[in-house]
Design a protein around this ligand. Structure first.
Ligand SMILES: [Zn+2]
Length: 256
C-alpha cells in the first residue's frame, strides 16, 4: 500500500467525503487529552450529541464517548436498524472511548470509580483497536473515530486495519512494522517469536495488579440530566456541600 503522501483529500466537507464513499478516521482523544494537558478544569466539556431521531433529518447518525468501542458499535448497529426500518438513509459514525467498560451501567464510564484519573488500566491495546475498526467497518460505519482515552497510536491502528479498504497506510505507519514485524530484529528469541499477527491477535494482556478486581462496581446515584444534584457549579464546592455529597455517597453505597 502507498504511504499517506500518495493520498490527496479532494473533498474537505465531511458529508462530501462520506458521500464519495470514503472511510473517514476521526482523530479522537479530545476531552481527556486536553484535561491531562491542563486545559480543561470544569465546565467547558465538548458538547456531545447522539442523534436518536433520524426523522429529524440527520445525515450522519452515531454515538460518541461514555462506552467502549464494541459497545458503541453495537449501539450504532441498533440505530442503523432503526433508520433502515423507518425507510431512511444515513451515514454512520462512531467515536467510542479507548477504555474497556464491560462493568458500566447505563450512564457509562463517568460512574466508574476510576473516572477520570485512574482509567489507565482499562485502556485498549492497539490490537483491540484493530478488532474495533474491523467490527465498525463490517457494521457499515464509515466514520470511525475515538473520544476520551485515544492516543495517536490507537488511531494509527484503526487506520492500519482499514488500509486495504482505504487504499493507503496512515501517517507514521512507516515508523514500525505491522503486527509487530519489527520484533524480528529483537535480541531475545522469545520476543522475536512475537513478530506475527497471530500472537498479538490472541494475546490476553494481564493488568499486573494482583490486588485489583477485573471489574468495578459503578456508582449508581440514579440521577440524570435535569436533577438538582447535577447543576454546573460556578464556584468550587464548599466544605458544607462536600459533606452533603459524601454523606449521600455513603447512603448510595449502602443501599446498593
Ligand atoms: Zn469522550
Amino acid at each position: 500500500l502507498p504511504p499517506l503522501d500518495g493520498y490527496k483529500c479532494l473533498n474537505t466537507g465531511i458529508l462530501e467525503r462520506l458521500n464519495a464513499g470514503e472511510i473517514v478516521i476521526g482523530d479522537g482523544g479530545f476531552v481527556l487529552a486536553l484535561e491531562k494537558r491542563g486545559y480543561v478544569k470544569a465546565g467547558p466539556w465538548t458538547p456531545e450529541a447522539t442523534v436518536t431521531h433520524p426523522e429529524a433529518g440527520a445525515q450522519i447518525v452515531g454515538v460518541n464517548c461514555h462506552f467502549d468501542p464494541l459497545t458503541c458499535v453495537k449501539a450504532v448497529k441498533m440505530m442503523k436498524e432503526g433508520v433502515e426500518k423507518a425507510g431512511l438513509k444515513a451515514h454512520y459514525m462512531v467515536q467510542p472511548l479507548a477504555y474497556h467498560t464491560p462493568d458500566c451501567n447505563c450512564q457509562g464510564f463517568i460512574d466508574l470509580p476510576e473516572f477520570p484519573f485512574a482509567l489507565e488500566p482499562r485502556i485498549l491495546t492497539r490490537w483491540d483497536m484493530h478488532q474495533y475498526a474491523r467490527e465498525a467497518y463490517n457494521a457499515g460505519i464509515h466514520y470511525i473515530g475515538g473520544c476520551c482515552g485515544y492516543e495517536p497510536y490507537h488511531i494509527r491502528a484503526v487506520s492500519e486495519e482499514l488500509a486495504p479498504e482505504r487504499g493507503f497506510l496512515p501517517a507514521a505507519s512507516e515508523k514500525h512494522g505491522l503486527w509487530g514485524a519489527g520484533l524480528e530484529m529483537h535480541t531475545k528469541p522469545w520476543v522475536r517469536a512475537r513478530s506475527r499477527r497471530e500472537y498479538w491477535e490472541n494475546i490476553r494482556p494481564a493488568s499486573g495488579r494482583p490486588k485489583c478486581p477485573s471489574l468495578s462496581t459503578p456508582e449508581s446515584w440514579g440521577v440524570t440530566k435535569g436533577h438538582s444534584d447535577l447543576l454546573q457549579h460556578k464556584e468550587a464546592t464548599s466544605t458544607q456541600e462536600m459533606k452533603h455529597v459524601l454523606e449521600k455517597q455513603k447512603k448510595v453505597k449502602t443501599s446498593a
